[in-house]
Write a new protein. Structure first.
Length: 252
């Protein structure tokens, strides 16, 4: 038996990603979108019409990644005009930075000037987070669980999920926030010692996604706080989440 286990380990090889900061994702991953310069009004209207989550903005035309489901219907309708790159570095500290404008092809970054000083002072070396699923479909939750597995192992950076908000430095919220979870989120938030951070992980948490406007949602808590990090994606990739947290806390 031990010999068989050794053979399996040798066959699998090293599974962990050595440097999460330099890791890349193969082509085909639906990452940061790029909108070509010179897109016509007719093409803009077509993109708006096929988007299931009303993620496109007009005047000026742009794509809100906080609402985008990454379904690529717009790219299918307008090949050559809208494309999704494999750039997974999507997390930002300001909501407005999630807007992708036509003719702009540059990475999304956490604006250090928008990060509260106490975050990097207190959590620059270790961070404990309480994850709360507020009516999610378990896709974002599964990816966050994967962030701690043998491949990604975010624990090597001192970043871990904990069971109790009283043991946490902040909340990671997933899901569109159903009516039954709004008060629960407030209770959980109040239980986290100060200073604390709030991370919205996934399209549903950031904007409600395809459920936006549903009477079953209650986003009062989300609207009354200032999140420290927005991690778009449906669901967000573990590398997107981990690198966003590292950028937020100032880790190199």
């Amino acid at each position: 038996m031990p010999l068989n286990i050794i053979k399996i380990f040798r066959r699998h090889g090293r599974q962990s990603i050595k440097d999460l900061r330099k890791a890349s994702i193969p082509e085909g991953f639906r990452g940061r979108p790029v909108i070509a310069k010179g897109i016509t009004p007719e093409e803009e209207n077509l993109a708006i019409s096929v988007c299931p989550s009303a993620a496109f903005l007009s005047l000026p035309f742009g794509l809100d990644l906080g609402k985008c489901e990454f379904c690529m219907e717009c790219a299918f309708a307008l090949p050559g005009k809208i494309r999704f790159t494999n750039d997974h570095r999507l997390a930002v500290s300001r909501r407005e930075d999630l807007i992708i404008h036509s003719g702009v092809d540059k990475p999304l970054l956490v604006d250090s000037t928008a990060v509260r000083k106490e975050i990097r002072s207190y959590f620059g070396h270790a961070l404990k987070l309480r994850q709360v699923s507020a009516g999610g479909d378990n896709s974002a939750e599964m990816e966050l669980n994967a962030a701690g597995n043998v491949n990604f192992d975010m624990g090597r950076y001192g970043i871990e999920f904990v069971a109790s908000p009283r043991h946490a430095d902040g909340l990671v919220i997933t899901g569109p926030v159903s009516g039954n979870m709004d008060e629960a989120l407030q209770i959980c938030y109040d239980a986290v010692p100060s200073p604390k951070i709030v991370v919205l992980a996934g399209t549903a948490a950031i904007s409600g996604g395809i459920f936006s406007g549903s009477p079953e949602l209650c986003r009062t808590f989300i609207e009354t706080i200032k999140p420290d990090l927005y991690v778009p994606g449906n669901p967000p990739h573990p590398l997107t989440f981990i690198n966003g947290i590292l950028d937020l806390t100032g880790r190199k």
